[in-house]
Design a protein around this ligand. Structure first.
Ligand code: ASP
Length: 308
């Protein structure tokens, strides 16, 4: 679908545990779209920040407070942001003292010649430096996230196996033709302490370029990082290597699994093109997401993998 300014969000490509959880994810997606569209008049960067901040605060989602926990029981958050007009980007990893790491990533985009990707220990100083509210590490942890980790540890689940909760992300196109991308996550549930997936890594977890569009990914971080999927997908669009943006998304996602010959890298993505085409796509079992335009048109949906 193509029609000018739009906000697109996803609530992640992981497998959820119940229908009640799926409904709550859709509440998060709908709220993020409302927040994103309300901010769109201030530009696409404001829109993606507002959408992701909403999902970081929606504690059932895997971002901000309530994020998936590492195997050692700690919450260490990752986030990324990119502005398509300037191609400046920011990334943070291992955040333990802030409920809204996307705001830190967005501010880091202003640093240096191209932006900045920062991890511990200095990442813990950013809330004070940028005037973003800080929190204690334990304030990121909810009873639900702890219970999920305990169940998985007791069941001796392989780290990274489903259900692993979900990253959240947003892309937007504004009335001036600019695009932006933002992503936030606790990473894969039961991850090894210190592990970094795709989400905060520019080109893998997110990409935005006004000449083409913007994309954010969700799913198996190691597979997405290996293929640089966000940039790869938008390059397929830019070079016309796929017939449509939807076909480019299909191809970028197929590349995550075809080399291995199995589904371990199955993931998802959302994208918006400079023309306003919107794609939500996944080869994981399920993914929640939606889009909304300032004219009031919108869609909020839980996607299931197509048979075959
Ligand atoms: N991509 C995230 C990571 O690997 C997890 C997710 O999207 O669910 O950290």
């Amino acid at each position: 679908m193509s029609a000018g300014p739009v906000v697109v969000v996803h609530g992640g490509a992981g497998s959820l545990e119940s229908e009640a959880d799926r409904r709550q994810y859709l509440v998060g997606v709908a709220g993020a779209l409302d927040a994103g569209v309300a901010a769109l008049a201030d530009g696409c960067a404001a829109a993606v920040r507002a959408a992701v901040v909403f999902m970081e605060a929606h504690t059932i989602m895997n971002a901000g407070r309530g994020a998936a926990l590492a195997a050692d029981g700690t919450a260490a958050l990752d986030a990324g942001f990119m502005d398509g007009a300037t191609r400046r980007y920011g990334g943070v990893t291992g955040v333990r003292r802030c409920m809204h790491p996307v705001l830190l990533a967005a501010r880091l985009a202003d640093e240096g010649d191209f932006g900045r990707f920062l991890g511990p220990p200095d990442v813990d100083a950013l809330p004070e430096e940028f005037g973003v509210p800080a929190c204690l590490p334990e304030e990121l942890i909810t009873a639900r996230a702890r219970a999920i980790l305990d169940r998985r540890l007791a069941a001796k689940v392989t780290p990274g196996a489903a259900p692993y909760l979900d990253t959240v992300g947003a892309v937007a196109l504004d009335a001036n033709g600019h695009v932006a991308a933002a992503v936030s996550t606790g990473g894969m549930s039961m991850k090894r302490a210190g592990r970094i997936g795709d989400s905060p890594v520019v080109g893998s977890g997110f990409w935005a370029d006004d000449a083409v569009g913007a994309c954010v990914t969700t799913g198996v971080g190691e597979a997405l990082a290996r293929m640089g999927t966000a940039r790869r997908c938008m390059q397929l669009v830019a070079d016309g290597l796929s017939e449509t943006p939807a076909a480019a998304a299909d191809r970028a996602l197929d590349e995550l699994i075809e080399f291995d010959g199995d589904e371990r890298g199955a993931s998802g993505l959302i994208l918006v093109t400079r023309a306003g085409d919107v794609v939500l796509d996944h080869n994981s079992p399920e993914m929640s997401g939606g889009w909304a335009r300032p004219d009031g048109t919108r869609d909020v949906t839980h996607l299931w993998r197509r048979p075959g």
